[in-house]
Design a protein. Structure first.
Length: 277
């Protein structure tokens, strides 16, 4: 039995096919943890959903920022961007069923002594707290009022506080788990900069470098940060290797210890040029 964490697909279904073949992946034997951003920007977002869903219980999925964006666009709460490639999903006859499945996915998972998130973990959060906060959002999006909840999830909540309630609390949790790259020592997030760790904005640092981070003794695997690319630091593994930008799609095979974790990569044709939009 093999366990794999797989980085951002972003609609690159053919690359996923190549990766599963390279892994000799067997749904009856192996498990794949997809770390969010299954869709958008690549040429076949619907195909990604179909392939992941077809793996059944062998696939576990996190919500990423692009997946939440898809949910909002599907409900008329956001406008599709000029580089979005969500049309085939939204126009599919079973679009509602896809949205129903997607909205019920978690924002954090823990397996094989590994915490998995799409983007990052705020410095004050323990592993257990991260999972509990993620479960709050999952419960809200799984409930009957999910459209009202979804409508309130967008916007820059600058700092987390345990005292936050309602929409502000859920928004802060979603921002951390699906958008976090840089934050300050007090947990304030920077939402604008997407560059590598070589040029952090003044007063900010990569979330995993904040002194006293509560998950420093855990192993955290994340995606989202394609300009950072592969990072293997034993306590943190970054596995978004820029598939949609012409990079690679990465699977991290989880070994007995972090030292045994092994990346497997396949090349991807460029579907988008980096830039805003």
């Amino acid at each position: 039995m093999a366990l794999y964490c797989i980085g951002d697909l972003q609609g690159c279904a053919s690359a996923l096919d190549s990766l599963l073949a390279a892994l000799d992946f067997s749904p009856s034997r192996d498990t794949a943890f997809f770390l969010g951003d299954l869709v958008n920007r690549g040429p076949d977002s619907l195909g990604c959903l179909q392939r992941v869903h077809a793996l059944g219980d062998a696939a576990r999925c996190l919500l990423g920022n692009h997946d939440i964006h898809l949910l909002a666009v599907s409900q008329g709460l956001r406008t599709a961007g000029r580089k979005d490639t969500l049309g085939p999903i939204l126009q599919a006859p079973d679009a509602a069923a896809w949205m129903d499945w997607l909205r019920r996915q978690p924002l954090a998972l823990h397996a094989a002594d590994t915490l998995m998130v799409h983007a990052g973990v705020l410095p004050d959060w323990t592993c257990a707290q991260t999972l509990a906060l993620a479960a709050e959002v999952q419960a809200a999006l799984s409930g009957p009022d999910w459209r009202e909840v979804l409508a309130e999830l967008f916007g820059n909540e600058p700092a987390w506080s345990p005292a936050l309630t309602g929409a502000a609390r859920l928004r802060a949790i979603v921002n951390a788990l699906t958008r976090l790259r840089y934050c300050a020592a007090d947990g304030r997030q920077d939402f604008e900069n997407k560059v590598t760790t070589d040029a952090p904005p003044p007063g900010f640092m990569p979330w995993f470098d904040v002194p006293g981070r509560q998950t420093a003794h855990d192993t955290v695997v994340f995606g989202h940060w394609s300009t950072l690319g592969w990072l293997n630091r034993q306590d943190v593994f970054s596995i978004d290797s820029g598939c949609v930008w012409g990079g690679q799609l990465t699977a991290l095979e989880l070994g007995t210890t972090p030292a045994d974790h092994r990346p497997i990569r396949v090349p991807c044709p460029q579907a988008q040029a980096p830039g805003r939009g």
